[in-house]
Design a protein around this ligand. Structure first.
Ligand code: AGP
Length: 361
């Protein structure tokens, strides 16, 4: 049964493990008989007709939206902004002439996001909801809908919905690029199945990730994640995951921004995790790691095979297409948070003060 833990001690662990299967399900749902990426043509039309996409979401879904922005801009060439729902409501930016709003929500019930949907509908703008729950409020009220096909997500900390959202954005971006007649230099279906396999390989590295959690996070009250480009977005999610399940104060920073203030927090032994999966900023992030290491930080580099990596990188991820790296990074970031939570004897599936879906504004 989808909603039972089975042999798993926690839903969070079960849901982390399910991610490669979710990727494979999405590959089926969003490809046609000819093996090409296929989404609802009316959605591809609506997106290509918009002059700007506004992604609206909260928490982990917001972090998936940041990756989505990168994919929509770099693959489909559509200007995209990402906004936190509760900020957008009261501090609306100047809108473009033909906006399309994309709501991302695992539950489809997040009140802050719904408030924005109600507002943009009143203004007469088209909306698309990407959700895991068919028939949810955001699903029903939007003009267009796409499902995440992740299966029920029970743990309060979102895991498989995050990677499903990123994958769906990749399908949207490629479908829109195809519609525009853009020639792409990669085959998403092929690259996505490689990513699913890489995720599986990282899921098999639980012993290593548990050891990393022990070595870096067993006695600390704080930790930092640093990265550049897509890795920066991954760091924001890594720190949220760590905070919510282990109660260790964590922040995700753009590697180059540290020296503008945050580096003052680095002391002897401060854990700093660095994601280094992007070749174009590889030297930069590695020098950021050196900057913090020189000030005593306990550094852990998470790099990727096929991208310049060093013999002493603690975790080396299997190589995937550079636009899909967040899918693979998700596994170590989630498992490190999970094992840190166990170490701290936290209630992994139901962290204090949190609800699975936040239905109040
Ligand atoms: C994630 O681990 C959170 N518990 C939380 O940030 C969540 O992603 C957020 O509340 C948004 O929920 P939704 O996707 O159901 O709208």
């Amino acid at each position: 049964h989808d909603t039972e833990k089975g042999a798993y001690p926690h839903y969070m662990l079960k849901e982390i493990d399910e991610q490669p299967a979710v990727m494979r399900r999405l590959l089926q749902e969003y490809s046609g008989k000819d093996g090409a990426v296929t989404i609802d043509p009316s959605i591809a039309d609506a997106i290509s007709e918009a002059d700007r996409i506004y992604i609206i979401a909260c928490g982990t879904s917001y972090h998936a939206g940041l990756v989505g922005k990168h994919l929509l801009e770099t693959i489909a060439g559509i200007p995209t902004e990402v906004h936190i729902s509760s900020e957008f409501s009261y501090n609306m930016p100047l809108l473009s002439k033909k906006p399309l709003f994309v709501f991302i929500s695992q539950s489809g019930e997040t009140a802050d996001s719904r408030a924005v949907l109600v507002k943009v509908k009143k203004l007469g703008y088209p909306s698309l909801t990407m959700t895991n729950v068919e028939g949810s409020t955001l699903y029903r009220e939007a003009d267009y809908k796409m499902l995440l096909f992740a299966g029920p997500e029970i743990a309060v900390a979102s895991t498989k919905a995050y990677t499903a959202m990123i994958a769906v954005f990749a399908f949207i971006a490629v479908a829109v690029a195809q519609k525009k007649g853009t020639t792409l230099d990669f085959d998403l279906i092929h690259e996505m199945s490689i990513a699913a396999q890489a995720m599986e390989q990282m899921i098999d590295e639980k012993a290593l990730l548990k050891e990393v959690a022990r070595d870096y996070l067993s006695i600390t009250r704080n930790a930092f994640y640093i990265g550049r480009g897509l890795d920066y977005y991954v760091c924001m999610e890594a720190s949220l995951k760590l905070k919510e399940v282990s109660y260790i104060q964590a922040e995700g920073f753009a590697g180059g921004e540290l020296k503008h203030g945050t580096i003052a927090l680095i002391e002897n032994g401060t854990p700093v995790f660095a994601f280094a999966t992007q070749e174009n900023v590889n030297n930069n992030i590695r020098s950021n790691v050196q900057e913090v290491a020189a000030r005593g930080a306990h550094t852990c580099i998470i790099s990727m095979d096929g991208v310049t990596n060093h013999a002493d990188d603690r975790i080396v991820l299997p190589k995937v297409h550079h636009a899909l790296t967040p899918l693979v990074c998700a596994i170590p970031l989630q498992l490190i948070a999970y094992y840190a939570a166990l170490q701290n004897e936290c209630d992994v599936d139901k962290p204090r003060n949190l609800a699975k879906s936040v239905t109040v504004e």
